[in-house]
Design a binder for this molecule. Structure first.
Ligand code: HEM
Length: 143
């Protein structure tokens, strides 16, 4: 990512990075098959689990991961670290039977969430698109 793109990703992420539960809720709502991969959530009503401790715990894990990658982005000297983190994420999820198309759907739900909760525009969209192309390419090698 260029430093301009990274700055746009960071400033928009800052606007939603504390909405952990809301973000995971949006992903599960749009793609129930993603929820169904979680032993602790499979078969449960989304609205009844979303206020629970397990839901908050997992939402925080996902959002913290994204925050870590966003923080590292835009700096060449962090490329290897990002690669290592996302490769591990891909491997761990492959082992759980998560598919490329589920990762793509996660991306779609995340971008949809961002586009309605941060100041959105062509430049911000393009920066996220580039960031997500890069990270998905790394994860896909494992999935
Ligand atoms: C853990 C499923 C995508 C970040 C997990 C776990 C499951 C899972 C079943 C284990 C939960 C537990 O044992 O409590 C899925 C599915 C996905 C998906 C079905 C489909 C798209 C993602 C993405 C990210 C992510 C895109 C990052 C942005 C994490 C993290 C953990 C985790 C940080 C905890 C660390 C670990 O155990 O690997 N995921 N996940 N997941 N997931 Fe995902």
């Amino acid at each position: 990512l260029s430093s301009d793109e990274a700055a746009l990703v960071k400033s928009s992420w800052d606007q939603v990075k504390h909405n952990e539960v809301d973000i995971l809720y949006a992903v599960f709502k749009a793609y129930p098959d993603i929820q169904a991969k979680f032993p602790q959530f499979v078969g449960k009503d989304l609205d009844s689990i979303k206020d629970g401790r397990e839901f908050a715990t997992h939402a925080t894990r996902i959002v913290s991961f994204l925050s870590e990658v966003v923080t590292l982005s835009g700096n060449e000297s962090n490329l290897a670290a990002v690669h290592t983190l996302v490769t591990k994420l891909g491997k761990d999820h492959k082992a759980r039977g998560v598919t490329k198309s589920q990762f793509t759907n996660f991306r779609t739900a995340l971008v949809s969430y961002l586009s309605s909760h941060v100041s959105w525009g062509e430049n911000v969209a393009a920066a996220w698109n580039h960031a997500l192309d890069n990270t998905m390419a790394i994860a896909f090698k494992q999935l």
